[in-house]
Design a protein around this ligand. Structure first.
Ligand SMILES: *[C@@H]1O[C@H](CO)[C@@H](O)[C@H](O)[C@H]1NC(C)=O
Ligand SMILES: *[C@@H]1O[C@H](CO)[C@@H](O)[C@H](O)[C@H]1NC(C)=O
Ligand SMILES: *[C@@H]1O[C@H](CO)[C@@H](O)[C@H](O)[C@H]1NC(C)=O
Ligand SMILES: *[C@@H]1O[C@H](CO)[C@@H](O)[C@H](O)[C@H]1NC(C)=O
Ligand SMILES: *[C@@H]1O[C@H](CO)[C@@H](O)[C@H](O)[C@H]1NC(C)=O
Length: 445
């Protein structure tokens, strides 16, 4: 009898140990910050690109702000030879990385930064290079030996025997899975778990970024499998709309309005890499993109070249108050929409006008983010009685602080109102008049 109880307790212990993908050194507890080559360079990469970026991260002060991962995306391996025929190890492209990935890792590490790499949970990467499906163990060991610190694991070229029994894609029409179906048992989850398990068997902490595009409800099993998970198709540097498999900012913000709850310490919805500085976003759109990705606690992975970056872009990416919100050590949840705006009920899905009024919390106070999705400037009003953490004391006087400028805007009763330019996002911190936190016990979830 005693031993049965003991065994049951032991099994339970094992189950809870297996529950979350936790790195002992707390890697992945907070959203990752760094840089990735894809948005700007696609396949035109080589060692110089990454060394230059590493130097710039240091020189521009971005490393000191927390941007530490230098991430190699697709197209780094030898497209023809693929793997060593006797060891099965991936072979780096000798033109692009003449001294091997190991040498790039050494250089990046010597600057106090970390190196990320890319692979795919299929036979081939999206660019047609060797994928890791069936080679998880050897690839995880190779990455570990090279000194890799971060793996972005993509979802292209899945062979038919690995197709999911039930399909779910976030942009699609829903799924035919029975109610209560455990998406953690899907083949997609199994493909991602195989690599996660292999990574955890290595003698090295490798941050694991699941690039699963929201498929098979990755937000339901991502936290047991990796540190972050992509929630939607690829981002593109446009305000709204879609081109092939890439989407503008507003459809992604819409999905974040509906799925903000699946983020917390150690496990983050990834709303994709930053397009700040790319394409033809306006200044206000660049600002909204950064402020919202900080508010959502998404990984902050810069996707623009750093050596030619304009000062106005550096100013956005360097906003310490927004970064501090994203990296808060005490409150792990994403900001939540507290009002949709435009007279729409909570939960309305709208790819052009997603939720506009957001609230989150940090050690410094309550933060609100007011997004203007309209094509003209509008007055936006934060009514204290509508903001959940302030509701019970809505008649108090509050100090409102502008996170963009770092300046206090004054003290206000009942509401605060300001003009928000078209497609801009106001980022405000609210405290008591003496600067104290208005509600330390509140969190969005
Ligand atoms: C394959 O690996 C073996 C054993 O490490 C090595 O001797 C050989 O040179 C490698 N071949 C290629 C093409 O890299
Ligand atoms: C694991 O890594 C540590 C630190 O880098 C090293 O000292 C140790 O020898 C490694 N162990 C194995 C089995 O590779
Ligand atoms: C992920 O797991 C960690 C560790 O168990 C837990 O603290 C955190 O709240 C989880 N995150 C989510 C989003 O469920
Ligand atoms: C915002 O970024 C875009 C690239 O997306 C750039 O063309 C634009 O000039 C930026 N705005 C400012 C003011 O720097
Ligand atoms: C602070 O938040 C808690 C928990 O959500 C809530 O019960 C309480 O009423 C809030 N206090 C104020 C002053 O709004």
């Amino acid at each position: 009898m005693h031993s049965t109880v003991f065994i049951a307790g032991w099994l339970l212990g094992l189950a809870s140990l297996a529950a979350a993908f936790v790195s002992p050194d707390s890697t992945g507890r907070l959203p990752a910050m760094g840089w990735n080559s894809w948005n700007e360079y696609e396949c035109n990469i080589n060692e110089d690109v990454f060394i230059t970026v590493a130097r710039q991260l240091v020189a521009l002060g971005l490393k000191d702000l927390g941007y530490q991962y230098v991430n190699i995306d697709d197209c780094w391996s030898d497209k023809k030879q693929r793997r060593n025929t006797s060891t099965n190890k991936l072979i780096p492209d000798a033109q692009k990385f003449p001294r091997g990935i190991i040498h790039t890792a050494e250089l990046v590490h010597s600057m106090g930064l970390k190196l990320g790499i890319y692979s795919d949970a299929g036979t081939d990467t999206c660019g047609g290079y060797a994928g890791s499906l069936g080679y998880e163990e050897v690839d995880a060991a190779t990455f570990s030996k090279w000194g890799i610190d971060y793996l972005k694991y993509d979802n292209c070229n899945v062979p038919s025997e690995w197709a999911d029994e039930y399909e779910y894609t976030p942009e699609g029409p829903g799924s035919n899975a029975p109610t209560g179906y455990d998406w953690g048992t899907s083949n997609t989850a199994k493909r991602y778990r195989a690599m996660g398990d292999a990574l955890q068997r290595q003698n090295r902490t490798i941050q694991y970024s699941l690039c699963a595009w929201g498929h098979a409800h990755v937000e339901q099993w991502g936290n047991t499998t990796g540190h972050s998970w992509r929630m939607w198709g690829d981002i593109m540097p446009a305000w709204k709309g879609k081109e092939k498999w890439s989407w503008g900012l507003m459809p992604i913000v819409n999905q974040a309005s509906l799925f903000w709850e699946s983020t917390d310490f150690g496990g983050h919805n990834d709303w994709d890499m930053l397009e700040v500085g790319n394409g033809d976003l306006t200044l206000e759109e660049n600002r909204s993109h950064f402020a919202l990705w900080c508010a959502f606690k998404s990984p902050l992975i810069i996707g623009t070249p750093l050596d030619t970056m304009r000062e106005s872009i550096l100013v956005i990416l360097s906003n310490r108050e927004l970064i501090d919100f994203n990296q808060d050590p005490v409150y792990g949840a994403s900001a939540m929409p507290y009002k949709w705006g435009n007279e729409r009920p909570a939960g309305t899905s709208d790819m052009e006008h997603p939720a506009a009024f957001w609230v989150g919390t940090s050690i410094k106070g309550i933060h609100i983010f007011l997004l203007n999705t309209q094509d003209t400037s509008v007055q936006m009003r934060a009514v204290f009685a509508e903001i959940p953490p302030l509701q019970a004391a809505a008649n108090d006087e509050y100090l409102v602080h502008d996170m963009w400028t770092g300046k206090d805007l004054g003290t206000f009763k009942e509401y605060f109102e300001l003009e928000v330019k078209t497609h801009d996002t106001a980022a405000l911190r609210i405290t008591m008049v003496d600067g104290k936190h208005p509600n330390v016990s509140w969190s969005p979830k």
